[in-house]
Design a protein around this ligand. Structure first.
Ligand SMILES: *Cc1c(COP(=O)(O)O)cnc(C)c1O
Length: 396
């Protein structure tokens, strides 16, 4: 065939060959993969050779990120999904059936709570919420038809610490799966499989990707059969992420270790700094001696802690407004794990749907803020907080 006649076909040219390989993972947006013959396709479907067919079923960019996450969690065969919530959905919708019962932590991420309260009951799956720091309360919630307990290690935004070891022992005894959403803590602070969890979930959107430009989730089960059910459900439900998001996530994950260490060390310093400022009523940080779960946090998280610090201004909404206005250069935005420090005000955002009484029961006053500590120079960050807290105190 001459070059000209080839040029009149739509996809005439194979990829240029190269004896050397790229250092950076190539971005592979192709939805479909062509096979040479039906025999070759058979080999792929029968698992005799590895190959891709259709990107909802899997693609190279998802696989390289999943492998990295598997290594971090000490797992194998994890599934990448288009968001953290799709990973939560894969567990709750992919593994449970009508008539089953689930126990959820009573301070789960807002959308996970919503799924517990609204969506699962609609499908005939009963749910109970219980305090994951209180094993007896979770034990009391377990019924003969309970299949799964879903918790987070550190709660949002009150930063209470779950009794992971106690819950793992309880779930083992009762024959119930323990699923841990490890987004806040990350595998740098804790690896839930080492504590007896059966399933680990991540919103990769947060610290793991780290730059607030990717939505991605990950789920992995220790039992390969369970993992296969999660994978098949994710493919069927179409939870597969886009190659571009995976490509960005991989790039972000190259610096995850360094970012986590820096942010966590700064969080320790910021927590102590805030506690000494007039105008701050209390500071919540798991590694501080005045934290209600300090001993458990020290045992579970060691010196890692996390990059989240919560605190309460002495003033109300006016002080909160003055604080965010005064916190120049920090984003008042409902996310966490970004390279930059972000501020969240639960009363006006994540917990606005709660009644004032419900918020008060959690200690979430108008002066309550959650800080996701980023990579700013620690002294500069402290100075911004000093000024913003002073601005808040001036109107209290
Ligand atoms: C953000 C978050 C989720 C949801 O993740 P998305 O990627 O936003 O869907 C789930 N759990 C926790 C703890 C989170 O912080």
């Amino acid at each position: 065939m001459t070059r000209n006649s080839k040029g009149s076909l739509v996809r005439p040219y194979p990829l240029p060959q190269s004896a050397s390989t790229p250092v950076v993972t190539p971005l592979s947006p192709s939805v479909v993969y062509a096979s040479e013959t039906p025999d070759a396709l058979d080999d792929q479907y029968e698992g005799r050779v590895h190959g891709y067919t259709y990107s909802r079923e899997g693609h190279p960019n998802a696989d390289v990120v999943a492998q990295r996450l598997d290594a971090l969690e000490g797992a194998e065969g994890g599934v990448l999904t288009g968001s953290g919530m799709s990973a939560v959905s894969a567990v709750l919708l992919g593994l449970l059936k009508t008539g089953d019962h689930v126990v959820g932590g009573n301070q789960l991420y807002g959308r996970s709570l919503r799924m517990m309260k609204e969506d699962l009951p609609r499908l005939g799956i009963a749910t109970t919420l219980a305090d994951p720091g209180d094993v007896a309360a979770v034990a009391a919630a377990i019924r003969p038809e309970t299949r799964l307990v879903l918790i987070e290690v550190v709660s949002n935004p009150t930063l209470r610490v779950a009794d992971l070891d106690g819950l793992a022992a309880l779930c083992r005894e009762k024959g119930v799966l323990l699923a841990v959403d490890n987004t806040f803590t990350t595998p740098k602070a804790i690896r839930p499989f080492e504590h007896g969890a059966n399933i680990v979930i991540h919103s990769v959107t947060k610290l793991l990707s780290g730059h607030s430009d990717v939505m991605l989730g990950y789920v992995v089960a220790r039992d390969p059969a369970l993992n296969e059910r999660l994978r098949v459900f994710a493919v069927t439900a179409g939870l597969t992420p886009s190659p571009f998001d995976c490509w960005l996530a991989e790039r972000g994950m190259l610096t995850f270790d360094l970012r986590f260490d820096r942010a966590q060390a700064t969080a320790v310093a910021l927590a102590d700094h805030l506690a000494a400022l007039p105008g701050v009523r209390r500071v919540i940080y798991p590694l501080r001696a005045d934290h209600p779960d300090h001993a458990r946090a020290a045992g579970l998280l060691g010196q890692r802690g996390c990059n989240m610090v919560s605190f309460e201004l002495t003033g109300g909404r006016a002080a909160a407004n003055a604080f965010t206005r005064g916190a120049e250069g920090l984003s008042f935005a409902p996310t966490l794990g970004d390279v930059g420090t972000t501020l969240s005000h639960p009363a006006s955002s994540s917990h606005r749907a709660l009644s004032a009484e419900e918020r008060a029961a959690l200690g979430l006053s108008e002066g309550f803020f959650r800080v996701s500590v980023g990579l700013e120079e620690p002294e500069a960050l402290k100075a911004v907080f000093t000024e913003a807290v002073a601005a808040a105190a001036a109107v209290s």
